[in-house]
Design a binder for this molecule. Structure first.
Ligand code: GLN
Length: 278
């Protein structure tokens, strides 16, 4: 079987072409970005072991294992992150939250930034790389996630500070106020059938109570004392949670409460500003 046929076969089994290309490149020991290589080698024959190795990866993907866990890498905001089953697979939609944080920080020199539930470190590392003058702190309850995030920070040479804790508790946040607090917390309802397709990812990074809002409720209720006057709390949430999160922010006294769409045009992030005078 040649490369072209192997790709068509994987597509016939149900894989999008891009995923089939990435998995084939990975199984051949090539960079997953080397798609031009596949085109120039389209009629090269795969050896039997190469074909078997590719097929094994295709089967893993067909069982819903994220491509990023299979290849061990995910590109996020232009950064090459190493990821595995200890952390949520970073989604491109979360880049919207990064862009939003960068825009509210544009006029703040040496800003202080907090990322709650950092997972792979995606958001914190993206912000630190775009704003080398920022002091970025990142918190996660999972020691395993923090190990992944800290390894990414070290490999990328980014000076994010990591702490283990549960949202605002268990680490030394008391005397620090942040210009921006960002979070992509768990927000899927415990009984959401969608979780079955996400079973390779840590449930603790996905599910949050009966309506998916437990952690968003907690964060919005606790954030204000940790924000500078006019500081922003920016949150990712589920496709149908924008109004609920806006209400949570409004009820806590946040101002300028608003939402932003994700890449599919769905309101996926909501945020608000701490009052100037608290
Ligand atoms: N965006 C993920 C999904 O539903 C969930 C991520 C999260 O809970 N923070 O596919």
């Amino acid at each position: 079987m040649n490369i072209q046929r192997a790709l068509s076969h994987a597509q016939a089994l149900g894989l999008p072409r891009l995923e089939a290309q990435m998995l084939l490149l990975h199984s051949l020991g090539q960079s997953v970005h080397a798609r031009a290589w596949l085109i120039t080698h389209a009629v090269d024959d795969l050896s039997a072991p190469q074909a078997a190795a590719f097929d094994a990866l295709v089967q893993r993907r067909l069982r819903h294992e994220p491509v990023a866990y299979i290849t061990g890498h995910k590109e996020f905001f232009g950064l090459d992150l190493q990821v595995d089953a200890r952390v949520l697979d970073p989604r491109p939609d979360t880049e919207v939250l990064v862009e939003w944080a960068l825009s509210v920080l544009a006029d703040t020199p040496a800003p202080r930034v907090l990322d709650l539930g950092t997972g792979s470190g995606a958001i914190a590392l993206a912000l630190q790389s775009a704003r080398p003058d920022a002091q970025v702190l990142a918190v996660d309850a999972s020691a395993e996630a923090l190990a992944v995030a800290a390894a990414n920070a070290q490999r990328l040479g980014l000076a994010v500070e990591f702490y283990q804790g549960s949202w605002f508790s268990g680490w030394q946040a008391c005397d620090t106020q942040f210009d921006v607090i960002v979070s992509n917390p768990p927000y899927v309802a415990h009984n959401d059938p969608h979780l079955a397709a996400l079973r390779f990812e840590p449930l603790s990074a996905l599910a949050s109570g009966a309506d998916g809002l437990d952690d968003l409720r907690h964060i919005t209720a606790q954030a204000l004392p940790h924000l500078t006057p006019s500081g922003w709390l920016l949150l990712e949430h589920g496709f149908d949670q924008a109004q609920a999160v806006q209400d949570l922010l409004g009820n806590q006294g946040f101002t300028a409460v608003q939402s932003r769409p994700d890449l599919a045009g769905i309101l996926r992030c909501s945020g608000g500003q701490s009052p100037k005078v608290k």
